[in-house]
Design a protein around this ligand. Sequence first.
Ligand SMILES: Cc1cc2nc3c(=O)[nH]c(=O)nc-3n(C[C@H](O)[C@H](O)[C@H](O)COP(=O)(O)O)c2cc1C
Length: 322
Amino acid sequence: MKTKITELFGIEHPIIQGGMHHVGFAELAAAVSNAGGLGTITGLTQGTPEKLANEIARCKEMTDKPFAVNLTFLPSLTAPDYPGLIKEIIDAGVPVVETAGRNPAEYLPALKEAGIKVIHKCTSVRHSIKAQSIGCDAVSVDGFECGGHPGEDDIPNFILLPRAAEELEIPFVASGGMADGRSLVAAMALGAEGMNMGTRFIATQDAPVHQNVKEAIVNATELDTRLIMRSLTNTERVLNNEAVERLMEKEKRLGDDLKFEDILDEVAGVYPKIMHEGTMEAGAWSCGMVAGLVNDIPTVQDLINNIMSQADEIIKSRLQNF
Ligand SMILES: Cc1cc2nc3c(=O)[nH]c(=O)nc-3n(C[C@H](O)[C@H](O)[C@H](O)COP(=O)(O)O)c2cc1C
């Protein structure tokens, strides 16, 4: 399938794997790229520029296809070395960067000068327009359904995507709630040029996370995610568990007085315990409502093949028969 997104990134299928903390390692990024999509290494997870350089080198050993690095700009206790990370991305010749969080304008000139394509992930039409105006090549429009940080507007993709299509000139992909060929065709019908997936890619054989995480997604329904940290204007969609219930109880009790320090036990440094050790109650971890559509743990290659053949079937058969 040829779209503006496949052309822009030099990939075969319009399917992107979004950056995911402690999930987006070389194994997953390479598997997605080898299957014809665009895989993404999560920059901040690596910790230091040297470790990111090492992860990029590992990914290059596993694939000769294009892949991306995600740079997330979120409030954090200690600011990451963004210039150092960007230098390694440029030196390694990574062709695409996915930015997320706040406006990436400060870092855009260096990336653009190096010929890197930038796709900015944002949760609103106004931020998408901003991304276009500062020179981003594409946007990933992340609807309210998404795992991770859906922003504070709560606009689901059935509204957000056509609104983005009305306003944008640069191509965009649909993100949040995407799982299969139905999602891809629907996203394209609403004006997107492809789709970005997070949660669905975790429940694959190639994702380098503990089996418990994959099974938690398979066992979850669309009713099992919760929104946390709203009062801190840092809303995150996570899978419900004991830690999340404890956190929400604190939110209820403290209301607007809640501070980040009050919930450190539930959110700080919990990702390695969950993703690598499989201690599922260790804290809150991002997960999308789309978990309700995830019922298996295929290889990334099979997942992407199935998405493309299902999309083909819908376009050529189901839609033609009406
Ligand atoms: C476990 C997990 C970790 C994530 N970490 C990041 C991250 O570090 N940076 C980022 O930009 N997005 C992150 N995301 C968001 C994804 O890249 C993607 O936008 C989102 O998962 C799309 O929604 P979906 O889960 O419904 O597919 C994360 C998502 C998940 C599920």
